[in-house]
Design a protein around this ligand. Structure first.
Ligand code: FES
Length: 285
């Protein structure tokens, strides 16, 4: 059963991929002019993707509406549908901000998810219109809401695949352990003001020297794994070459999305044997 569902989602790729690419083109143009709004919708300010938080609103409201409809509580059910529709619109905006930077399998899955959720939203908007039209269309309104609920559940399943199977918007450093041991870096020197990649055993870091100070962050971008050492330095930050996330080189803080997680920071010291680094403790604030 579960494999059949996964295959069914994958089978949508022939139409989902081109549709997703077209939508991404439009969204990228819109978000390029409103970067702070995109950061807000990604959840950079929250340190966590905003989309899963917002989706709780329609799921809760529309489940409540379904039960109230079944109980014959018309006015309360209509209000719950209103809340659900507003929640769906807000969720769609945050989902679009995340999906614009997806590629490969996550991009196709995000398109399927968005398409099914749009069908659900359309059903609920239609249901609301019929509810407003009066008691004569009540049965159709409730039936449409039930269809919308089914589509929402299916869309939520695809959204789960997108995150839990494909790892979209998951912190690339989620499983990174502590480890305060100093380890040798494989570079002897770091030129001033220029990002340099360096091996720290199995890890790769990006190093930036400012005078005597050498800053080090993990080289794998927390958003989707971009190589930070190929990025450029902008206002004390390193900018990821893939989707433009910016991390402060002094402490790894994310200051621009789509990444919402900070970048692991490393301390660097000079010894007689050469440069060494270790994972820095995370600051509490
Ligand atoms: S991989 Fe997406 S911003 Fe770095």
């Amino acid at each position: 059963m579960k494999h059949r569902i996964a295959r069914l989602i994958e089978a949508q790729e022939p139409w989902a991929k081109p549709l997703g690419e077209t939508a991404q083109g439009w969204l990228a143009t819109a978000f390029a002019r409103t970067r702070p709004a995109k950061d807000l919708l990604n959840g950079v300010w929250l340190g966590h993707p905003l989309h899963p938080l917002l989706t709780d609103v329609p799921v809760g409201a529309l489940t409540t509406a379904l039960l109230l409809d079944l109980a014959g509580e018309r006015r309360a059910a209509d209000l719950a549908v209103c809340a659900g529709v507003l929640g769906m619109a807000a969720s769609a905006a945050s989902g679009a901000a995340d999906a614009v930077d997806a590629y490969g399998r996550p991009q196709a899955q995000a398109t399927v998810h968005a398409t099914v959720m749009s069908a659900s939203l359309a059903a609920y908007v239609g249901s609301l219109a019929l509810r407003a039209a009066g008691p004569a269309s009540r049965t159709t309104a409730v039936a449409l809401a039930m269809l919308g609920y089914g589509a929402m559940a299916a869309g939520a399943y695809v959204g789960g695949e997108l995150v839990f199977r494909s790892g979209n918007m998951v912190d690339r450093h989620a499983w990174r352990g502590g480890g305060a041991k100093w380890r040798a870096l494989d570079v002897a020197e770091v030129p001033e003001g220029q990002p340099v990649a360096a091996r720290l055993e199995s890890d790769r870091l990006v190093l930036v020297r400012e005078g005597e100070m050498i800053h080090a962050l993990h080289d794998t971008c927390a958003h989707a794994g971009g190589p930070l050492h190929e990025g450029q330095l902008v206002d004390g930050c390193i900018e990821c070459p893939w989707h433009g996330s910016r991390f402060r080189i002094s402490d790894g803080r994310v200051v621009r999305g789509p990444a919402v997680y900070d970048q692991p920071r490393f301390e660097v010291r000079r010894t007689e044997a050469g440069l060494e680094a270790r994972l820095a403790p995370q600051s509490a604030d």
